[in-house]
Design a binder for this molecule. Sequence first.
Ligand code: L14
Length: 357
Amino acid sequence: MLKSLGCQKVKGREIVAREYRVAVAGATGAVGRAMRSILEERRFPVKELVALATAKSAGTRLEFAGEEVICQELTPESFKGIDLALFSAGGGTSLKFAPYAKEAGCVVVDNSSAWRMEPNVPLVVPEVNPDDVDWHTGIIANPNCSTIQMVVALKPLHDEAQIKRVVVSTYQAVSGTGAKAINELMQQTTRLLADEAPEIVVYPHQIAFNCLPHIDVFLEDGYTKEERKMVDETKKIMGDDSIAVTATCVRVPVVYGHSESVNLQFARPLSVERAKELLAGAPGVRLVDDPDDKLYPMPIEAAGKDDTYVGRIRVDPTAENALNLWVVSDNLRKGAALNAVQIAELLTQRDLVRVPR
Ligand code: L14
């Protein structure tokens, strides 16, 4: 389908580039759509793309690499002959179907929260812990959107000055919840501007002209599951259980792009100048920090882009070795589809597109 990438050199040997049969489970969703276009954009070596979705969406006509692809119903038999499956169809679907994929010899990159904290499942952000793909047993988890963009910014600073504590507050876009939430924000905004009553379906309260300190479900300790994910996943990805993380996750009436206010305390001193230098050279990071010119990261500018934007870097004078920063990224791209495709690329580069027996 896509043009072959030609020959790759591996340790001095010429090998013919392999092409893969790739399934996208949840192909019609907001993340599934982004996965398809990112596979195309990055010229991932796709031999065949199989679009999988619920029975309701089966038969939907989609496009991939200029060709029509008809959505098929996701069943336990969907993975025969498939090399790699990108899942973004919700936790329940991943929990149920990823084992069938694995059984059929198909490697799964899963975007749900179902497998992330399993000890035999690597949780990977390619800029941070690429080597964790090496020990996969058939499923690799894509972290939560808010966690991904934060650790991309944290990694270069941690390597330099060792992060002891993170206090993060998020400002999360509605697209994380899916297309229905984007429609809800639009519908409510339109109605309110016309002096009509907004319809409340997706979120527990009106999201237009509002902020909801409630993402995913509440847990017994009063935190939400989204907040818990940021704590647990950060430690697993950074490979450091000693990093203390506390989070407050807030839904805001933004369509694309999550923003985060991040307070960091380090073991060693780290100047603003050095932090900027490190971030400017870090993979996947774009430093935008020129307040005199009114330049700082904003979701409307990060939307549709691959980088994680970092700015507003300043000293927190109330604690020792502490800095504040503002981190913004497209939650459907780096926060979901792009990171998943980057994981798939790592697997191809390392010849790990197979389920170890
Ligand atoms: O991947 O924004 O754990 O409502 C679950 C909540 C994805 C985003 C995850 C949201 C998230 C979603």
